[in-house]
Design a protein around this ligand. Sequence first.
Ligand SMILES: [Zn+2]
Length: 354
Amino acid sequence: MILLVTGDFNNIGKSSYFGECIYNELKNQYRDIDFYNGGQLYILDQIINNISKYKTIIWMPNIDNSIDKYLPKIKVLNKKCLLVTSKRNDNDKYSTFEIIERMFKNHSNLCIVINKQKEYNFKILDTLGNIWINTDTISGMSLMLIKLINYISNLSRVESVNVNFNSNINIEPKFLDIIHSYGDIFKTKINGVINKERFLGNISTRCMFGFPSYKLNDMIFVSQRNINKETLDSTGFVPVQLLEDKVFFSGFNKPSVDTAVQIRLYNYYKNVNYIIHGHIYTDSGYITDKYIPCGYVEEFNEIINIIPDNNASNFSVNLIGHGCLILSKNLDYFNSIKFISRNFPEYMTLSTIR
Ligand SMILES: [Zn+2]
């Protein structure tokens, strides 16, 4: 079920022409849409009370900033929804980074950026800095939005479950050094303005052969969710296992959103002992075909399609519109990696979501 909220919400309320246009495109595609276009604020309270029933939420009401308590509640009350927000950006008042920073704050997945100079211009931006369309027609933007919604809502995430298993976390200092210096590179090659915790990517390590915790049933340690990788030490890692298609983690802290993908990679590539994932590219010749945002398990298939040899190790793959994964057998491999800045924003083509 889809929710579309547009228009002015205040004492009087006013409908929006753009909202009407988006709705006209959506209703050709979806049967179950709730559409609210302007009104009094109590209507928004009612919508928020029922927010958990929607799979996709396109939230673009015009509300006085001082009373907008609604948007921050959406992902709190409905964690799994695909959230599309909007931002007026007349005369390019805000940079791409500033818009993305706001998207992170609201946990929004996609943002419709509306820019009026002489004419209106519409863009769709995601949190990885990709622009999906740049058009002067609202229907063109809406059609692309529908394609993105259909594509992203069909990707799958894996649930993580907290359990207790004994494990010693003892990360090699040399790997920690690499993580810290990579953190610096990831930040400078993309830009420090952005919310660092989420943008630095995720780092995981598997116990090497002969390492004391190896005996713990091939335990994998992944960095904690949203932890600052610049100051990360052993305490910032979480032991994880993949069983019955769920991620089991031990301790109080959830593992990074990338965990399910990384565990699958370790299970497939038996010689890989370390993985680092970041949101810039390397000079690797490998690049995936399909756009997969952070944390969706389809990324695994994209990678093994490119490198099917399950004895492979010491290689890196670029994930289109996303970043890179470095899979290594030994730590020295990390010193040979050459990074390339990602364009920001990066323009994406439809072929990556077909
Ligand atoms: Zn990522």
